[in-house]
Design a protein around this ligand. Structure first.
Ligand code: GLU
Length: 383
């Protein structure tokens, strides 16, 4: 375990650095921690969570809450979570209002207001959306309102399919420059194996990513009603810690301890530096839509010179993508060196390859004077 550094606040336990003094905190709770055995929203569990959140004096809390689908099942006469996406989205649409109504009533017991914020991971990357979301959240803090975030399930389905909001919570933590991310679920910690098996041991701290070597994430715990297994939680933790934000993964019933820095659940130490970049998610996006290959000069310009990717530096293009989507930038050996949001459709690129922007503008019009990937829309991958 790393030792406490001089200057750390006395409340922080060794190995839980940054928890007790975190001022801005993103708390994520999964569907399975908010529902009754029958599957509907459990008002008592919502109240129990809120009882703790309102007592975090001096802190700004963003609550990222799933549970919209679960809340929508009964009103729609659905006996269980449907397997098709369209009905899941319909249930989320009906349930989101009910979920917010529940939080509104629960926080109102303490005279606190909540504000609904529905986001997609795209919103954390597109410049104008990112700026607007950030501004809204800041304004909510200023007004003393607790933002309650969920994925905008009618237009995006990433978290329904893959994560039960784990990844979204990490991106929100990054967006608001949080000091701490707390991931709550019905699993009390990360285990070194299937927690249902005797002998599986909880992992108290992940100090460096190598601490996870040999942990079978597929079996290390899976929540029931939601969709987030351990793998997505660990992935979310990696996104946050990579941006310098410590993460505590704990049982929802242990939220008070998780927030105070008491030894509960699993603590993930920050591994990277805090940064204000908005494209962090890109480095972790599971599936870029395609790739372009760069010549050696372009690789240098992008990785060392902080430059944009221009058509002149491209030697090949692969995949089907449209402008605005994430793609990979590869060197001539095929190694991915960066990811970025591309400004052209894949089918437009072959005619641009190897040519100067000036020449292209002259021939094809001023719209073709743009970079293939602007440096502001680009994130370097660690070698
Ligand atoms: N946004 C969804 C919800 O609130 C995601 C969680 C899930 O997949 O259950 O229900």
């Amino acid at each position: 375990m790393p030792e406490d550094l001089p200057g750390d606040p006395p409340g922080d336990l060794p190995g839980r650095r940054g928890v007790s003094d975190a001022r801005r905190v993103v708390v994520k709770i999964g569907s399975s921690s908010l529902t009754t055995a029958a599957g509907g929203l459990d008002a008592d569990r919502v109240d129990a969570l809120v009882d703790v959140l309102v007592k975090q004096d001096g802190r700004q809390i963003v609550l990222v809450s799933s549970g919209a689908i679960a809340a929508g099942l009964a009103p729609l006469g659905l006996p269980r979570r449907p397997s098709d996406l369209a009905r899941q989205q319909a249930a989320a649409s009906v349930g989101q209002g009910l979920l917010l109504a529940r939080y509104t009533a629960s926080f109102a017991r303490y005279g606190r207001r909540v504000g609904q914020v529905l986001l997609t991971s795209d919103d954390t990357s597109r410049r104008s959306h990112y700026r607007n979301a950030y501004r809204t959240l800041e304004q909510l803090f200023t007004m003393g309102v607790v933002p309650v975030v969920n994925e905008n399930d009618t237009v995006a389905t990433d978290e329904i399919r893959f994560g039960d909001n784990d990844r979204l919570a990490a991106l929100v933590a990054h967006l608001v420059r949080a000091d701490l991310l707390v991931l709550l679920s019905d699993v009390d910690a990360l285990y070194d194996g299937d927690p249902a098996r005797p002998g599986a041991r909880p992992i108290a701290e992940v100090a460096v990513p190598a601490d996870l070597d040999g942990v079978d994430l597929g079996r290390a715990g899976r929540a029931g009603v939601g969709t987030g297994g351990m793998a997505t939680k660990v992935e979310a933790a990696a996104i946050a810690t990579g941006a310098g934000i410590p993460v505590v993964l704990a049982a929802a019933s242990q939220v008070a301890d998780a927030l105070s820095g008491a030894p509960t659940g699993t603590y993930f130490a920050p591994t990277g530096r805090r940064s204000a970049g908005r494209l962090l998610w890109l480095a972790h996006a599971s599936a870029p839509r395609g790739s372009v290959t760069l010549d050696a000069g372009a690789v240098r310009a992008v990785t060392e010179g902080g430059g944009s990717l221009l058509p002149a530096g491209i030697t090949a293009v692969e995949g089907e993508f449209t402008a605005g989507e994430p793609i990979e930038l590869r060197d001539e050996t095929g190694r991915a060196v960066a990811r970025g949001l591309v400004n052209f459709d894949a089918r437009e690129i072959p005619q641009l390859i190897g040519r100067s922007t000036r020449e292209l503008a002259r021939e094809l019009g001023p719209a073709y004077e743009r970079e293939v990937v602007h440096r502001d829309d680009l994130v370097l991958l660690r070698a």
